[in-house]
Structure formats: structure tokens, C-alpha cells
Design a protein around this ligand. Structure first.
Ligand code: ANZ
Ligand code: ZN
Length: 766
């Protein structure tokens, strides 16, 4: 995942993912693959704009400065990035295609304009994100926010909901991420039940996943903003209802849902239960959302706890229609489990799971309902009222309506302006630039106005990986053959915080581009790896937290590189712990890695450790190391792959084994993927060969075959070391080796007793 070039620069946490992906890029390269390991910049967006405003430097200049700094820092990693493939989302030659994709979506009816309520602070005069308006008050000034309808551009991601959901199953992604996307998309299969309204020809559609409970439905509830509300209110209930509605006017859906207390009001109207023909009171309530399902719910207090609480409060009828197969019903709460139907007329005795389809079929036949699948995911609000983003390439003409900027006029450049601060009126700062706003309609050539909203930061990151294949392509978003050759991405590495947003939006874009024939695959990232975060104790909170400048717990990689070298930091990042987990930075441990590398350097550069032809023991030890190393890499257990190198050196020294030139070259080549500078220096200095000419070594399986066993060495019951010994070794030889594995300061005279458990343990009692 390409970085957002922030002003604070790189910290060691950023290294973790980059070193990890470099490891696999280097391995594939040595294996003879053609590898595309690129880098680029996700440089539009609010943080970049805010930083520029703070420094009073134009965002374009400021962003370029940040990129330059980032690049200097990144180069210290020594990754095999192909800088000729660099992309930058703010480059007009790049965002031309971000805009082009939008116009294609617009032409396909997948980008539409809608006036949607956004959180609006009447004091700050700006729209706020849901996260900025929790509890119904403005995050900045504490004023109660209103729901203000603002004109927005929305992308119809829901058109792909089914594929976005189903195709997850094919992906080699962490289960956790797939599950998070499934929850977000929120597929729900159920039944829409139609309720006739008494004294009206209208019907209310309610969505339920438990149509088996329909016989127990004793009321119907609508969201307070449901479109039928006004028609349902009877004269006698007018006052009650309007004071109820007044109370909820300012709350977001989320806040309404969060409230534990069930609030509601009777409308005065009744609906008819299509199974029992009973008349059911129609209510409005805070716990029903307009934006989900059909915005109305059939209330079944006996089998839904929310409905139960609501019914208790309003004294509504409680009818159990499902009972457990054994045991009895507790009528102090809802029974939400599966069971057997009763009190349900012709459906009595059915098991509740079967009853779902039987009753749905029955309703369909009577035209009182239909089976339906709903998705919780909403369409994507795509416009921002800010300067630093891709201008939305549309023109509003009073005669022709909304017309896309023709392809040959793209990119539609962001105009140079003096004032790029948010205007505060809910309009983009672009709206103030009359010379830019006023233009001609591409169709009828009459005077028209440009759209002034810009795209969100996500727009450029939804498809950048395609551009890496041919960043200079001028005729399409990327060269068709190049896309075919390289894509989809084989291994995508990044943090889990992108599990839903970026990773879902990119999947949507690729599905769209597949639909219009730009790509011939439907998923952008075949394999995903989420690296964990690097954490450290924060001086402000005293807790171990994710590294970040604001918490004052960052380690600057440049300093570490100066003191200990890039390879030492690389190896430490890989050794810190399982790569997918969050791990704590420890300065002591990185010094341990430094000491190890120093020891390895001394061992390898000592001519006495190289002989003409390595002993069979040495060959066996090397190939079992290599097998181990590869297996652990294949399983992405890179920390244990580092341990394999450490164990190997320990055994070489302990057992006084020597390399020959072939083994040494293979060994240094294998570990070069972790410590490339170190390896290539040694290859050149000791063997006179170039890393660039090496290939990934193959394991000799016959030599790697398990011919050694692990023996634990204990002193007074405490584990001191683990030996890898040849199975042919005698008890005496093993005890000798075990003694050598103890620290040099160990007093051998203190040994009272030596116990050897064959094939397992050497235990010294002192
Ligand atoms: C009647 C019923 C009886 C329900 C029962 C549940 C248990 P999921 O699985 O999340 O899709 N529901 C439907 N639309 C709603 C809305 N707009 N706002 C709030 N709640 C809504 O949940 C589906 C269930 O959530 C539906 O099934 C409905 O309650 C409720 F014993 O219908 B159920
Ligand atoms: Zn026109």
C-alpha cells in the first residue's frame, strides 16, 4: 500500500510493511521471476491540505516537499523499488484517469447526484463527518448539529454488493478482513411482508429475517422519517406525534440507534396482519432506521427483545408462536431461538427454520410479500467541499443538464488559487473562482457552470496499482498489455486499518473496470497480508501504544540507520515478532540483532571457516537450514526465519563446521533478502562475486532430510539452550556438546549430577 506523504516523515513503524514486501519481492526476483515492486504517493486529501494551511504553503508545493523528504528516507530501506514506475495521485497525468473513471461511472448511471442529510454545525457553518458529530453535537464547538440536506455526488457501490460479498470467498486474504467486509456489506436474506393499512389503499412494506414469527406480530413500527408518516397520523394523535418528531429531528440515525431507551409514538392508524387478519397499531420509533430494509418493521415482542421492550412500554400484546423443542417458555423476555411453531394456525408444528420458507411461499402466492436480500452497505458519498482533491469533471448546463467534461479535455486541472481554505458555506473553495467555474457547455456551447466539489482521498488509491504497470501511458489509464501481464496484484501488504475503506473501494473500482472491459479480472489483490503495528511506550499516556508523532513515541529510522545500519533495522523489523501482530519496539533487542550480525560478519569473513569441500555434516546442516528458512518464509513466519539463521550460526560455531565456497554463496544469497547490503558486501569481499548474478538456492532434499534431533539443555530445571545434534551421536558426545552450549563463565565443577533423557534433554544439577 503506497503511503500518504505526511509532513512528519517516516518512523520505524512504516518500515515494517515495506521491509516485509521487499523480502518477498527479492525472493521472487532471485527465483527468476520478473518482479514489479513499485512505490508511489497517495498525496491528495484533507491532511495534506490542513498541513499546507498550517504552514501557509500551497498544498501542491508543500506536498512535493513532503514527497521529496519521504523518498530520501525510504531509499534507506534498500528496497528494490523500481523508481521508474513511481506514481503520484496529484500529478495531472495521473488524475486525468481518476477523472476518466468517474466520467465512465457517470455515463453508466453509477455516479449520481443526491441531496442527502449531512451533519451540519450551525455555528461552524460546515458539514461534519459522522465521527465528528457523535452524540449530536459538534466536535469542535459543542453546538447541537442539524441534519442539513447538502447536494452530494454519490457512487453506486451497492450495485456490486452481491459480487463484493460473494467473491470474498475466493481471496487468499486474512479471514478477519474478509469477515469485516462481510459485516460491512451486511448481506441479509429475508422476506418483505406487505401490511394493508386500514381505511387506505396504501401498504407498508416491512423487512424481516424471521417471517416464521409473523403470527406473533402485534404492531408495526416505522422509522420517524418514513415517507408514509404524514398520511398515517390521525387527527387525535397529531400533537403527540409532532412533539415526538421534534425530539428526534437533530439526531443522526446512528445516535438514534445507540439510545438504549425505546422511544415511540402511536400514529392513530392500524395495519392488517396478513396471516391472522388482526388489526395492528402502527407506531413510529427511534429504533427503526429509514435507510435499512424498507424502513419499517413488523413488531414481534415475543421473539425479538427490542420489540419486547417496546411492547412493555406501550402495553402491546405479547403472543408466543415459537417454543423450544423441550422445556418451557420464560415470558419475562423474548424467546429469540429457533423452535417449533404453535398459535400459528395452519403452520403449527413446523420447525421454525422450515417455516421461514413455507410462510414466505404462502405470502408470495397471496401477493402479500416477497423473498428479498438486503445489504447494509450504503452508496458512497463521494464529494468533498475542499480544495485539495481531483475536481469532479462535470458541467452543469441549464439546457442539457449535467454533462461530463469530454475525454480530450481531461485532465480538468485544479486551478491555482490564493485561498484554498474551506469556505465554511458548505461549498468548495473552487466555487469562489469565477473564471474557473464559468465555462461553456460541451454539448450546446452555451454558458454553463462547473461542478465545484472535489473527490475524496480514496479516489486516487482505488486504482493506482494498475498505473504502476505503465505509469507514462497517455492513451488509457494503463497499457492494456501491461495490465494483462502484471495484474492482479500477487501480494498486497498493508495495515488492517484499511480492511473496509480502501480495500472495499478498490474492489468496487476493479469490478466496475471489469464491467466496462478495461481489465479482465474481478479482484485487485489475490493475496493480502496485514502487517501488525509497531508500538512503544508513550511518555504522555504511559501506555504501550501505536507509534505516532502525536503520542510522542516515535523512533526515527534515520538515526537507527546511522548508528546500526539499514540491514540491522531491516532484520530487527522482521525479527520483532510474528509479522501480523502488533509488536513493541525494544532498543535492547535491536542491539541483540546488531551483535548477531557482527558475529556473523566475523565468522564469514574469517578464512579459517571456509574449506575446499565442506564436510557432509556441514552440507547436511546447511540444507536443513535452507529448507527450514524457506518453509518459514512460505508460511510468512519471517521472525522464525530469522531465528533459523541464528540457530544455524550457533550450530556452525558450536560444532566447528566450515563453509565451502558454494555453501557460503548460497547462504549469503538466501539471507540477502533480509540483509541485502550485508550479504552483497560479503559476497564480494570473501568470494569476489556479485549478488546481482546469484539465483535463489535450491534445497538438496536428501541432505536436508531430518537427520538431527533437538536436545534441550537444562541447568537446575531451567532451559539454557537447544542443540541440534545428529541422530548418530553418542550419549557422551551429546553431553560434551551440551556443556559447550553453556555460558563461558559457567563453573563446571559445580555440576553434581548429569541426567540424559535420550533424544530429549541433557539436565545438569548444580
Ligand atoms: C421481525 C422480527 C421478529 C425480527 C423476530 C427479528 C426477530 P438483520 O439480520 O440485521 O438484517 N429490521 C428490519 N428493518 C429494520 C430497520 N429499518 N430498522 C431497524 N430494524 C429493522 O436484521 C433484520 C431484522 O431487523 C428484521 O427482522 C427486523 O426485525 C429488523 F422475532 O422482523 B425482524
Ligand atoms: Zn448545454
Amino acid at each position: 500500500m503506497f503511503p500518504y506523504p505526511s509532513a512528519s516523515g517516516l518512523h520505524v513503524g512504516h518500515w515494517k510493511g515495506y521491509v516485509f514486501s521487499d523480502l518477498y519481492a527479492r525472493r521472487k526476483f532471485l527465483e527468476g521471476y520478473n518482479v514489479l515492486h513499485p512505490m508511489g504517493w497517495d498525496a491528495f486529501g484533507l491532511p495534506a491540505e490542513n498541513d499546507a494551511i498550517k504552514k501557509k504553503i500551497h498544498p501542491a508545493i508543500n506536498t512535493q516537499k513532503n514527497i521529496d523528504c519521504f523518498k530520501v528516507q525510504l531509499k534507506k530501506i534498500g528496497a528494490i523499488y523500481d523508481w521508474s514506475k513511481e506514481v503520484n495521485t496529484t500529478d495531472p497525468n495521473y488524475y486525468k484517469w481518476t477523472q476518466w473513471i468517474f466520467t465512465k461511472m457517470f455515463e453508466q448511471g453509477l455516479a449520481y447526484e443526491e441531496t442527502v442529510p449531512v451533519n451540519w454545525c450551525p455555528k461552524c457553518l460546515t458539514g461534519l463527518a459522522n465521527e465528528e458529530a457523535s452524540g449530536g453535537v459538534c466536535d469542535r464547538c459543542g453546538t447541537a448539529v442539524e441534519q442539513k440536506p447538502l447536494r452530494q455526488w454519490v457512487l453506486k457501490i451497492t450495485a456490486f454488493a452481491e459480487d463484493l460479498y460473494n467473491d470474498l470467498d475466493e481471496l487468499a486474504w486474512p479471514e478477519k478482513v474478509k469477515l469485516m467486509q462481510k459485516h460491512w456489506i451486511g448481506k441479509s436474506t429475508g422476506t418483505e411482508v406487505f401490511f394493508k393499512i386500514k381505511n387506505s389503499d396504501k401498504i407498508i412494506k416491512t423487512f424481516t429475517t424471521r417471517v416464521d414469527t409473523l403470527a406473533g406480530c402485534s404492531f408495526v413500527v416505522l422509522a420517524p422519517d418514513h415517507e408514509l408518516v404524514q398520511e398515517l397520523i390521525t387527527e387525535s394523535e397529531k400533537e403527540n406525534v409532532s412533539s415526538f418528531l421534534e425530539k428526534f429531528k437533530y439526531l443522526t440515525e446512528k445516535d438514534r440507534m445507540m439510545e438504549k431507551e425505546k422511544h415511540g409514538v402511536f400514529t392513530g392508524s392500524y395495519a392488517v396482519n396478513p396471516l391472522t387478519n388482526e388489526a395492528l397499531p402502527i407506531f413510529l420509533a427511534n429504533y427503526v432506521l429509514k435507510s435499512y430494509g424498507s424502513g419499517a418493521v413488523m413488531g414481534v415482542p415475543a421473539h425479538d427483545q427490542r420489540d419486547f421492550e417496546f411492547a412493555q412500554k406501550f402495553g402491546l400484546k405479547l403472543t408466543f408462536v415459537i417454543k423450544p423443542a423441550t422445556g418451557s417458555i420464560d415470558d419475562s423476555k423474548a424467546y429469540e431461538e429457533a423452535g417449533i411453531l404453535f398459535n400459528a394456525g395452519q403452520f403449527d408444528g413446523l420447525n421454525s427454520e422450515d417455516a421461514k420458507s413455507v410462510i414466505a411461499d404462502y405470502l408470495e402466492k397471496q401477493k402479500n410479500g416477497m423473498k428479498i436480500t438486503y445489504y447494509k452497505m450504503r452508496d458512497w458519498i463521494f464529494s468533498r467541499q475542499r480544495y485539495w482533491g481531483e475536481p469532479i469533471p462535470l458541467i452543469h448546463c441549464s439546457d442539457c443538464g449535467t454533462v461530463p467534461v469530454p475525454e480530450h479535455e481531461l485532465p480538468l486541472r485544479l486551478p491555482e488559487v490564493e485561498e484554498y481554505e474551506p469556505s465554511g458555506t458548505g461549498e468548495s473553495p473552487l466555487a469562489k473562482i469565477e473564471a474557473w467555474v464559468n465555462t461553456d457547455c460541451p454539448k450546446c456551447k452555451k454558458a454553463a457552470k462547473r461542478e465545484t466539489n472535489t473527490m475524496p482521498q480514496w479516489a486516487g488509491s482505488c486504482w493506482y496499482f494498475l498505473r504502476y504497470t505503465s505509469p507514462d501511458c497517455g492513451v488509457s489509464l494503463a497499457d492494456k498489455d501491461a495490465i494483462k501481464y502484471w495484474m492482479p496484484v500477487d501480494l498486497y501488504v498493508g495495515g488492517i486499518e484499511h480492511a473496509v475503506l480502501h480495500l472495499l473501494y478498490s474492489r468496487f473500482y476493479i469490478k466496475f473496470l471489469h464491467k466496462i472491459g478495461v481489465v479482465d479480472f474481478k479482484e485487485p489483490f489475490s493475496k493480502l497480508f496485514n502487517q501488525g503495528m509497531v508500538c512503544m511506550k508513550s511518555p504522555t499516556s504511559g501506555r504501550v501504544e501505536k507509534m505516532s508523532k502525536s503520542k510522542g513515541n516515535v523512533v526515527n529510522p534515520d538515526e537507527i540507520v546511522d548508528q546500526l545500519g539499514s540491514d540491522c533495522l531491516r532484520m530487527y523489523m522482521l525479527f520483532m515478532g510474528p509479522p501480523e501482530l502488533d509488536t513493541e519496539w525494544q532498543t535492547e533487542s535491536i542491539k541483540g540483532v546488531f551483535n548477531f550480525l557482527t558475529r556473523l560478519w566475523a565468522f564469514v569473513s574469517n578464512k579459517e571457516n571456509i574449506e575446499e569441500k565442506a564436510s557432509i555434516d556441514s552440507q547436511k546442516r546447511f540444507h536443513s537450514f535452507l529448507k527450514n528458512f524457506k518453509d518459514r518464509l512460505d508460511e510468512y513466519k519471517v521472525n522464525t526465519a530469522v531465528s533459523a539463521i541464528m540457530e544455524y550460526l550457533n550450530d556452525m560455531q558450536r560444532q566447528r563446521l566450515k563453509f565451502d565456497k558454494t555453501i557460503l554463496a548460497q547462504f549469503l544469497t538466501a539471507i540477502s533478502i533480509m540483509v541485502p547490503h550485508f550479504s552483497s558486501e560479503l559476497l564480494e569481499a570473501v568470494l569476489g562475486i556479485q549478488l546481482e548474478n546469484q539465483i535463489w538456492p535450491t534445497v538438496d532434499e536428501s541432505l536436508a532430510a531430518k537427520n538431527s534431533i533437538e536436545i534441550a539443555v537444562q541447568v537446575n530445571g531451567k532451559l539454557k539452550s537447544v542443540l541440534h545434534v545428529d541422530i548418530s551421536m553418542s550419549k557422551e558426545e551429546i553431553i560434551e556438546l551440551a556443556k559447550k552450549a553453556l555460558p563461558s563463565f559457567f563453573d563446571f565443577n559445580s555440576i553434581k549430577k548429569t541426567i540424559y533423557v535420550p533424544g530429549k534433554i541433557v539436565s545438569f544439577v548444580c
